[in-house]
Design a protein around this ligand. Structure first.
Ligand SMILES: Nc1ncnc2c1ncn2[C@@H]1O[C@H](COP(=O)(O)OP(=O)(O)OP(=O)(O)O)[C@@H](O)[C@H]1O
Ligand code: SF4
Ligand SMILES: [Mg+2]
Length: 335
């Protein structure tokens, strides 16, 4: 929770401005093929400040991973801008793209199982250093840095010569973390970083991630279903629903005073368990809806218990309801 202490002093590292990602989906026709647009991310705006952990919550299919992929340049933005240190990602020239790819790393859910089984840990962890455009570093420098980073993630030098199959699930995740951290990135995107791990070791890995963040002053974007984990680790939180951010703000404030009916339902559905131990977000009654044909007005209206007539007609706009708390819901204009 570094960021809260330094609130007010921090500048934005990343800024998303009305970002949209639509996937064309084939909808029939042979000669004149027809496509519909699946609106995976539909106009999200948020800022991540240097040194903080920015959490994203929301049910399956709400667009969380798509946001991560856009930031990682794995998908092309349909509309809107993402700025990193003020630079527009859509306008990066080739050299800037390789600079950016070193500055921004990721640890996905299945990172441990995707380690190349034919490579030794030394080579897996040091690979990002080997492929740096600034020229090859000497073998001794690379080995020294690899040992240093393995030490940081709690693995001894004996691990260097091993292969992934010789390690436990937790050790493999530590290797994936070391690989992501070796180039000292400024932003690390964690997409469900512990959900594939055994429940007994989730808390250890989470503690390791927060320790590294504090030591290295890294900024995290943390995507998780586990609300207790987000509450414990993130400084800011955004709640996504069907491609939109419905509520966002300081984590403590949002958890203490959730205002959007979807956020309230999410929180009520979870019995505040230990961090790292929660199961998937339990389903709120009804389905999340189809992002190809999203509901009119407020996308949450078919499942909302507090609907008012304008909910079906008009889309609610995001409003500030506190110093660091924003909500998109018609009820707020009625109070
Ligand atoms: N490459 C793609 N082509 C078409 N549709 C896609 C593609 N990638 C994602 N989608 C769709 O976009 C929507 C958002 O998906 P996304 O993976 O971002 O959700 P998520 O919030 O990460 O869900 P989960 O919690 O299950 O990981 C879903 O409806 C998904 O099916
Ligand atoms: S805008 Fe209406 S439907 Fe949407 S969350 Fe608010 S009350 Fe519910
Ligand atoms: Mg996802």
């Amino acid at each position: 929770m570094l960021a809260i202490e330094r609130e007010g002093l921090m500048e934005n590292l990343l800024e998303a401005q009305n970002v949209k990602k639509y996937f064309p989906i084939y909808d029939g026709g042979v000669l004149f093929k027809k496509y519909r647009m699946l609106k995976a991310v539909d106009g999200v705006s948020f800022s991540v400040r240097k040194g903080e952990c920015f959490g994203i919550a929301g049910e399956s299919g709400s667009g969380k991973t798509t946001v991560a992929k856009l930031i990682l340049l794995l998908e092309k933005i349909t509309e809107g801008n993402i700025l990193f240190e003020g630079k527009n990602l859509g306008r990066l020239i080739k050299q800037d793209r390789s600079w950016y790819r070193r500055r921004v790393q990721t640890i996905f859910q299945d990172a441990a199982s995707s380690l190349d089984p034919r490579m030794r840990i030394l080579d897996i962890v040091s690979e990002p250093m080997e492929v740096q455009p600034s020229g090859t570093q000497s073998k001794s420098v690379i080995r020294h840095r690899t040992e240093e980073i393995l030490h940081l993630v709690g693995l001894g030098s004996a691990t260097l010569k091993k292969y992934p199959h010789e390690l436990s699930g937790g050790q493999k995740q530590r290797v994936a973390i070391a690989r992501a951290m070796i180039l000292e990135p400024s932003l690390v995107i964690l997409d469900e970083p512990v959900s594939a791990l055994d429940v007994s070791i989730r808390a250890q890995i989470l503690n390791l991630l927060t320790e590294i963040q504090e030591k290295q002053r890294i900024t995290y974007l943390l995507i998780a279903h586990d609300l207790a984990m987000l509450q414990n680790i993130s400084d800011q939180i955004a709640v996504m629903y069907l491609g939109k951010i419905v509520e966002m703000g300081n984590t403590e404030e949002v958890f203490d005073r959730p205002m959007h009916p979807y956020t309230k339902a999410l929180f009520e559905a979870v019995p505040r368990p230990e961090p790292g131990r929660a199961k998937e977000v339990p389903a709120i009654s009804g389905e999340i809806g189809n992002p190809i044909y999203p509901p009119s007005g407020c996308r949450f209206h078919p499942r909302c218990k507090e609907t008012v007539p304008e909910c079906r007609e008009n889309e609610p706009v995001v409003r500030n309801i506190g110093k660091n708390h924003q909500v998109a819901c018609h009820l707020l204009t009625r109070r």
